[in-house]
Design a protein around this ligand. Structure first.
Ligand code: SF4
Length: 956
C-alpha cells in the first residue's frame, strides 16, 4: 500500500454523513501535505483554527465573559501523556506573557481527530499544580523518614552515575533497573537500556494486560488487537476498558460511530460499566465464566456452519492439532471440523447460561449478531476478565477464536493486529540487547510471562536474595498501584538490598516518598517523545514536545536544554538520560557513550534536537517528502504539526505476498504451509504464497505447539477454565464475595490524575454492593463496611446498586491516595493524611483527615469542598500471579461485613508475612523452565529489551 493514501479503503464506512445538525457547516480548513484535517469529521464542526493560523491566533478569553479580553496566541502541538493513547493536544501559548492558557485537541491527529477526554484537558492543571515538584530532592534522613534537601542536578547526576559506573565495571549491569509505569514513548528507553547493557527494563504490564496479551499472541504473534471499530457490524468487548481506560478517546469515538451506523455493541461485564450501559446486548457473566459464553458462540458458528470455511482451512494450523490430539485420524480439514465440533459440543447456550448466570436467549442473540457480522466483527479484551482471573489468558484465547472463525482477521470492520498499526521509527545509534538474563524480572518459574514479573519484585528479592544497585522508578507508583504495597515499602526501605532509588516523577507519590532522589520530570508540555498506538487501521507517529521551548524558539530564542524553559528546574527524561549516560562513561571505555554521540557531529554529545532530527529524516517513510512540499525539514514539519500519518487503510497484512515468492521453498500440498530450510516462512492463500502471521507456523495457532512443548499441553487449544473466584465456590453464608477491583473510571488515571478538575468530578471509590446483598448485610448506601482479604482488611463506604450481579462487589482502583506528611508525599487535594503504625510486618493505617482547602498560588485550592478521597484497597491484596501469563489476577475472594463501631473510614490492616506465604502458594502452580533446548523462554516470544540469544540458555 502506498504511503499516505488517505482515501477510505474499499468497504470502509463514509462517516461524513453522521452530521451534527446543531453546528453550522463550514468548509474544511486546509491541511498540510501528508495530513488530513479532522475538524470537519462530522460534516459540520469547524471549531479549530486552521494550521496556517497557528503562529498567530486571536480570540476572546471565554472565562472573562462578558468582558471582551483579547488574547494573542501561538498554538503548539504536543501529545497527551495521561494514558497510552497518545492523543493530540494543542497548547495555547499567550504571546504576551508566554503562559499556556488552555489545552485543546489537535485536529490533525489521525487517532484523536481533535477530541480529548477529560484527562487530556487537565494537562493544564498538571502544569500549574501547586503541589508539583520543581527541584531535585535528596533524602536527608532514613529512607522513608520524610526529610528532604534540595540538591543540584550536577550533584544528583554525579552520584547516580558513579554508582552505575561501578556496577558496570564490576559486571553487575543487571543491578541497574528502570521500572516504568507510563512509558508514553516508543523506543528511547529500550535503546538507552540496551546501550547500558542491562537487562533492567521493568514495567507495569503484569498488573495491567499480560493475560490479554498472551491470549492473543499465541493465536497470531501480536500481543494486542487493533480492531477497525468504525466499520464493524458487531463489536464484542470483554471489557469496559476501551470506553473508560486507555485508548479511551480514540476507540470510544469510533465505537460510537459504528453504533450510529447500526453496529451492534455487545459487552460482557458483571458490572454495569459506562460501556455496558451503552451496549445493545449486555451480558453480565459471573467473573471468569466468560470463556463458557464465548465457546458457546463458537459452537453456534460451527454447528450452524456460519464460520468462514475457506479462511479457516487456509489459516488455522488444523493439521498440527490433529497430529497432536488425534494421531489416529486422517489429517484432513473435514476431520478437523468434526473434532472441533466434538471438543466444544458441551458448550450449548443452556450450559453457558448455567455457568455465566446470563439467560440463554441473550447469549443466543449475541451469537447471532456475531454470525451476522461475519468479516465485520471487531473484538477486544483489555484488563477486565483477562486481568481479573486465574487463567484469564484463556478467556482472551476464547475471544480471538471468534473473529478467527468468521474470517474477520484484519478485514474492513474486523479485528486487526496491533503490530500492523503501531509505528515505531528507527532511532539513532542503537545497541544490541543485553548479554545476561535478569532472573529478578524473568524468573525461571514463569517462562511464558508477558512480561516482567514486576509486581513480585519484593517477594522475589526476599525469596531469592536479589539486589538492585540503582533503581529508577519512572511515572510509577507501585506502593499505591500494585497489590501488597506494604511489601514494597519493606523492600524500598531495605538499604542493603536496594542501593539507590531514584524516582523520576512530575509529582509526589507514595513510592517517591521512599526514594533517595526525587528528580522532577516534565509533563506533556515539557518533554520530547515519539509515540504511536494501534488506534485504527493506519500507522502514525506523534511528537510530544516542550511547548514553551518550541514557542520561544519560534520567537527567535535558542536553548541548550529543555530545563531552561520548564518551570523551576524540571527537566525532560531524554536530556537527563543522555547526560547521565555521558557521566557514566566519560571516557567511552564502557561502550556506553558512543550510543549517545551525535550522528551529525562525530564524538560529541547528541542533543535532543539532533536525536529527533535524525529519526524524522531517516526513520519515518514519506515524512521527508511531505515536509519538502511544505518547504520544511522533517523536524520542522513535526514541530509545526505534531503528527504524521505514515500509512492509512492497512488491512489483511497477513495476505501480503511473500517477498521473492516461494522460490526455493517447499509447499505443503495439504496445508499450504510454505517452508524453507525446515522453517515456515509463509502460507498459501488464494493461490499465492503469503507472509502470514508472526507465529512459528505462520498460521493462526488454534493449537499451540509452544504451549504443548512448554508443559501446558492440557491448555493448548482455547478452553474454559474455572477462576480462583469461581462463583459456585464462594460461601455466601460466610459473606464471601468476588471483589472486582480492576476497573477504571473515565475521569481518572493512576497517580498523575490527582488534579483539581478531575477530583472535583470524582473523588471517592465506594464499594458497589447489590441490593439483595446489602439487605442481607443490613447496610445502606453510605454505611461503613469492612472488607476482609486473605492478608488483611480495609474499611470503606458502600454504594447499594443493582448495576452488578449479586455475590459480586466492585471498587474502582484509582482512588485512596495517602500521605504521611501534612504538606508533602501526595497531592493534598487528592490524598488523606494518614498515620502508619507497624510492628513485625503488621501494618495499620488510619486516616487523620481527608482533603482540605489550603492556600497556594492557585485560588481554587482554598475552595476544595470534598473531604473523603477514597481507600487504597490494593494495599490489602495478596499477589496472585497467574502461573502461565504471570498476570496478577486482580479479583479477590473477600468477606464483607457491616463495620464495627470502632472502625473508621479508611482503616487498613495488612500482614506482610501472610502475603509472602500467599506468594509461595501461588508459586507452586507454575511449570518452570527449561523448555525445549534448555531455554528460559521461547525465542519467538517477544519481550522489551530482548537479550541476545545466548542469554536464553538456562545454565545447568
Ligand atoms: S484518551 Fe488518553 S491520551 Fe487521549 S486525551 Fe484521554 S487521557 Fe489523553
Amino acid at each position: 500500500m502506498a504511503a499516505n493514501h488517505l482515501q477510505a479503503a474499499r468497504g470502509a464506512r463514509d462517516i461524513s454523513s453522521l452530521g451534527r445538525p446543531d453546528l453550522l457547516a463550514r468548509a474544511e480548513p486546509p491541511a498540510p501535505a501528508g495530513q488530513r484535517n479532522f475538524t470537519n469529521l462530522n460534516g459540520a464542526l469547524a471549531s479549530y483554527p486552521s494550521p496556517d493560523k497557528w503562529d498567530h491566533w486571536t480570540e476572546f478569553e471565554s472565562a472573562q465573559w462578558p468582558r471582551k479580553i483579547q488574547r494573542n496566541y501561538m498554538l503548539v502541538p504536543t501529545l497527551c501523556f495521561n494514558c497510552e493513547a497518545g492523543c493530540g493536544l494543542l497548547a495555547y501559548v499567550d504571546k504576551d506573557d508566554l503562559k499556556i492558557r488552555k489545552i485543546e485537541g489537535n485536529p490533525l491527529h489521525p487517532a484523536s481527530r481533535g477530541r480529548n477526554c477529560a484527562k487530556g484537558w487537565v494537562t493544564l492543571n498538571q502544569i500549574y499544580d501547586p503541589d508539583r515538584i520543581l527541584y531535585p530532592l535528596k533524602r536527608a534522613g532514613k529512607r522513608g523518614e520524610g526529610k528532604w534537601v534540595r540538591v543540584s542536578w550536577d550533584e544528583a547526576l554525579d552520584d547516580i552515575a558513579a554508582r552505575m559506573r561501578k556496577a558496570m565495571q564490576e559486571d553487575r549491569r543487571n543491578e541497574i533497573m528502570y521500572h516504568v509505569g507510563r512509558p508514553g514513548e516508543d523506543g528511547f528507553m529500550f535503546r538507552t537500556l540496551a546501550a547500558w547493557g542491562t537487562d533492567g527494563h521493568n514495567s507495569h504490564t503484569n498488573v495491567c494486560s499480560s493475560s490479554a496479551r498472551v491470549g492473543q499472541f499465541l493465536w497470531n504473534g501480536s500481543d494486542r488487537p487493533s480492531p477497525d471499530f468504525t466499520n464493524a457490524d458487531a463489536i464484542l468487548l470483554i471489557s469496559s476498558h476501551l470506553d473508560t481506560g486507555h485508548y479511551f478517546n480514540p476507540t470510544a469515538q469510533r465505537i460510537i460511530e459504528a453504533q450510529m451506523s447500526g453496529a451492534k455493541l455487545i459487552v460482557v461485564d458483571p458490572r454495569l460499566s459506562n460501556t455496558a450501559a451503552k451496549a445493545d446486548i449486555w451480558l453480565p457473566a459471573y467473573s471468569g465464566t466468560e470463556g463458557a459464553l464465548l465457546l458457546a458462540i463458537a459452537r453456534h458458528l460451527l454447528e450452524t456452519e456460519q464460520y468462514d470455511a475457506e479462511f479457516v482451512r487456509e489459516w488455522f494450523n488444523w493439521a498440527d492439532y490433529l497430529r497432536a490430539a488425534h494421531p489416529g485420524d486422517e489429517v484432513s480439514f473435514e476431520s478437523f471440523i468434526r473434532r472441533v465440533k466434538e471438543e466444544y459440543a458441551e458448550f450449548t447456550f443452556e450450559y453457558a447460561a448455567e455457568e455465566t448466570g446470563v439467560p440463554a436467549e441473550l447469549i443466543a442473540e449475541a451469537a447471532q449478531a456475531v454470525a451476522r457480522a461475519g468479516k465485520r466483527l471487531s473484538v477486544h479484551i483489555w484488563r477486565a476478565a483477562a486481568t481479573g482471573n486465574l487463567h484469564g489468558w484463556q478467556i482472551a484465547r476464547c475471544l480471538y477464536f471468534l473473529p478467527s472463525l468468521t474470517g474477520a482477521i484484519g478485514t474492513v470492520g474486523g479485528t486487526g493486529l496491533a503490530s500492523w498499526h503501531k509505528f515505531v521509527p528507527a532511532h539513532p545509534n542503537g545497541a544490541p540487547g543485553p548479554k545476561k538474563w535478569n532472573e529478578l524480572l524473568y524468573p525461571p518459574e514463569y517462562p511464558l510471562a508477558f512480561f516482567e514479573m514486576s509486581f513480585l519484585m519484593p517477594h522475589l528479592m526476599k525469596d531469592k536474595g536479589h539486589r538492585v544497585e540503582v533503581y529508577f522508578t519512572r511515572v510509577y507508583n507501585p506502593v499505591w498501584t500494585n497489590p501488597d504495597g506494604f511489601s514494597w515499602v519493606e523492600m524500598l526501605r531495605d538499604e542493603e538490598k536496594m542501593g539507590c532509588h531514584v524516582a523520576l516523577t512530575p509529582t509526589w507519590s507514595e513510592t517517591a516518598w521512599f526514594a533517595d532522589y526525587i528528580l522532577p520530570m516534565g509533563v506533556a508540555t515539557e518533554r520530547h517523545d515519539n509515540q504511536s498506538q494501534e488506534t485504527h487501521p493506519a500507522t502514525w507517529v506523534g511528537f510530544r514536545q516542550p511547548v514553551l521551548r518550541v514557542a520561544r524558539e519560534r520567537l527567535g530564542e535558542r536553548f541548550e536544554t529543555t530545563r531552561e524553559t520548564n518551570p523551576g528546574e524540571v527537566w525532560e527524561e531524554n536530556e537527563f538520560l543522555i547526560e547521565l549516560s555521558w557521566r557514566v562513561d566519560p571516557d567511552g571505555s564502557l561502550g556506553v557513550r558512543r550510543h549517545f554521540e551525535s550522528p551529525y557531529r562525530p564524538g560529541e554529545k547528541i542533543t535532543v534536537e539532533e536525536y529527533y532530527r535524525w529519526m524524522f529524516e531517516n526513520g519515518v517513510p514519506g515524512l521527508p517528502e511531505a515536509a519538502a512540499k511544505e518547504g520544511l525539514s522533517p523536524l520542522e514539519y513535526m514541530r509545526k504539526y505534531g503528527v504524521f500519518t505514515v500509512e492509512d487503510g492497512i488491512y489483511e497484512v497477513h495476505m501480503s505476498e511473500l517477498n521473492g515468492g516461494a522460490e526455493g521453498a517447499e509447499i505443503d500440498p495439504l496445508t499450504g504451509a510454505v517452508r524453507k530450510d525446515g522453517q515456515a516462512i509463509g502460507s498459501m492463500s488464494r493461490g499465492k504464497p503469503r507472509a502470514g502471521f508472526a507465529t512459528p507456523s505462520r498460521k493462526l495457532e488454534f493449537y499451540s505447539p509452544t504451549l504443548a512443548e512448554w508443559k501446558w499441553a492440557d491448555q493448548a487449544i482455547p478452553r474454559y477454565e474455572k477462576t480462583h473466584v469461581y462463583w459456585r465456590e464462594l460461601d455466601r453464608s460466610r459473606n464471601e464475595f468476588d471483589l472486582l477491583p480492576n476497573y477504571r473510571l473515565p475521569t481518572l488515571i493512576h497517580t498523575r490524575s490527582a488534579v483539581k478538575w478531575l477530583y472535583e468530578i470524582t473523588h471517592n471509590n465506594p464499594l458497589w454492593l447489590h441490593t439483595e446483598d446489602a439487605q442481607r448485610l443490613g447496610v445502606k448506601t453510605g454505611d461503613l463496611v469492612r472488607v476482609e482479604t486473605e492478608i488483611g482488611r480495609f474499611v470503606t463506604r458502600c454504594w447499594v446498586t443493582e448495576g452488578l450481579k449479586p455475590g459480586i462487589v466492585a471498587m474502582a482502583h484509582h482512588l485512596g491516595r495517602w500521605r504521611l506528611h501534612e504538606e508533602m508525599g501526595a497531592p493534598r487535594l487528592a490524598s488523606a493524611l494518614v498515620r502508619l503504625d507497624e510492628k513485625d510486618g503488621q501494618f495499620q493505617m488510619r486516616q487523620i483527615h481527608g482533603a482540605e482547602p489550603f492556600q497556594s498560588q492557585d485560588p481554587d485550592t482554598a475552595r476544595i469542598w470534598w473531604r473523603e478521597v477514597g481507600v487504597n484497597q490494593n494495599l490489602a491484596f495478596p499477589v496472585n500471579p497467574d502461573p502461565l501469563s504471570g498476570m496478577h489476577c486482580w479479583h479477590q475472594r473477600v468477606r464483607v461485613f457491616k463495620a464495627a463501631p470502632e472502625e473508621r473510614y479508611g482503616d487498613i490492616e495488612v500482614d506482610t508475612g501472610k502475603s509472602f506465604e500467599h506468594y509461595r502458594k501461588w508459586l507452586e502452580m507454575t511449570r518452570p523452565a527449561p523448555g525445549p533446548g534448555g531455554l528460559r523462554r521461547p525465542l519467538w516470544f517477544t519481550r522489551p529489551n530482548k537479550p541476545q540469544p545466548e542469554a536464553y540458555k538456562l545454565p545447568g
